[in-house]
Design a protein around this ligand. Structure first.
Ligand code: DAH
Length: 346
């Protein structure tokens, strides 16, 4: 009986193999553990006759030996191979895994440069909401009620409400001027960067959203000469010493007098090229003296205070700096385009 049992168990042990440490541990517990099979067999051995003991004693010892040898061999194999494979995984000669650092968006680079130039003149940065009411986007800025800019063609209206005023996506950052003046006391000296929206068909030259920087300076005795000097300094800083400027009379509801400012073409230096359409000049911004009506709409005494304002498109400035001819590139997020504008400013 016991003999048969041992024979079956021996073939089970011979057939057993594993490279898995926890399976081997199960094996050890099953056969060699304190409550294991070998322990049981030795208990059973005590009950057999003296005659049988003579034969079985040897068989039993051999069986124990086989089991222990099997266990030790497998254990050694697992131990050596598991440590070897861990080391094999690490190849110290392999080069490190490189990763690319992203780059600033060209519009962010230009915005930052502009902010830094005006900071030197004491201009702080202010922001306002992109969803605006009629008052801040139009009425307070002296837009006549039937002004075409209020028309559906230009403005994305969110809610038409003749009683409380329409709600729309702001069409320009001039709305932030109003918010700033309503909520503070002069002097004001700030620039206001932000995204604006216009209901235009998307093409290389027009987009339904773009970015502007508005500027405002209000104090006692601010004159047009201050406006010219500020913008002249700005242009020298941005496009380099010697860049020419010229002011052309223009019209904006919120400034009087109003002007558009051109600079000598930064690409051909006035020689005439595609960017300036051969004229040697490119328009970069609108500006003027804040209309007294706007000051009064914001509860500022227009007899005591005067100010100037200006507004420019960031895409336009970036076009001139980087010669990007298609506006759509700015919002397509094509990494091949974006990674050309690596900057030392992270
Ligand atoms: N808001 C004007 C626009 O979107 C730009 C502008 C022109 C802003 C003249 C000004 C300004 O502050 O004085 O076209």
């Amino acid at each position: 009986m016991l003999q048969d049992k041992i024979t079956t168990l021996t073939s089970e042990i011979n057939a057993f193999s594993t490279t898995n440490a926890s399976e081997l541990e199960q094996f050890r517990i099953k056969f060699l553990g304190t409550k294991g099979i070998i322990k049981d067999i030795f208990e059973e051995f005590k009950t057999v006759s003296v005659e049988e003991k003579k034969v079985l004693g040897k068989v039993l010892n051999e069986f124990k030996q086989i089991t222990e040898t099997k266990y030790n061999e497998l254990k050694e194999f697992i131990d050596t191979h598991s440590t070897q494979s861990e080391t094999a995984k690490i190849d110290l000669t392999l080069p490190g895994e490189g990763f690319e650092i992203g780059s600033r968006h060209p519009l962010a680079l230009v915005r930052r440069e502009i902010v830094e130039i005006f900071a030197k003149l004491g201009f702080s940065v202010a922001e306002g909401p992109e969803i605006e009411d009629d008052w801040h986007n139009f009425s307070a800025l002296n837009f006549p009620p039937e002004h075409p800019a209020r028309d559906m063609q230009d403005t994305f209206f969110i809610k038409k409400d003749s009683e409380n005023g329409d709600i729309a996506l702001r069409t320009h950052t001039s709305s932030v001027q109003v918010r700033m003046m309503e909520n503070g006391k002069p002097p004001f000296r700030a620039i206001m960067p932000g995204r604006v929206y216009r209901n235009e068909a998307i093409s290389a030259r027009a987009h339904c959203f773009f970015h502007q920087i508005e500027g405002l300076y209000v104090d006692e005795n601010v004159s047009f000469a201050d406006l010219k000097q500020t913008l002249f300094y700005f242009v020298q800083e941005l496009y380099g010493e010697g860049t020419q400027v010229r002011f052309r009379p223009s019209y904006f509801p919120f400034t009087e007098p109003s002007a558009e400012m051109d600079i000598s073409c930064s690409i051909c230096k006035g020689e005439g090229c595609q960017m300036c359409k051969g004229s040697g000049w490119v328009e970069i911004l609108g500006c003027g003296m804040v209309d007294p009506n706007v000051l009064e709409n914001c509860n500022i005494d227009s007899k005591k205070y005067s100010g100037f304002a200006f507004g420019m498109g960031i895409e336009r400035i970036a076009n001139l700096k980087f010669e990007i001819k298609d506006l759509r590139l700015f919002s397509e997020n094509d990494v091949r385009f974006l990674k050309q504008y690596k900057s030392s400013l992270i």
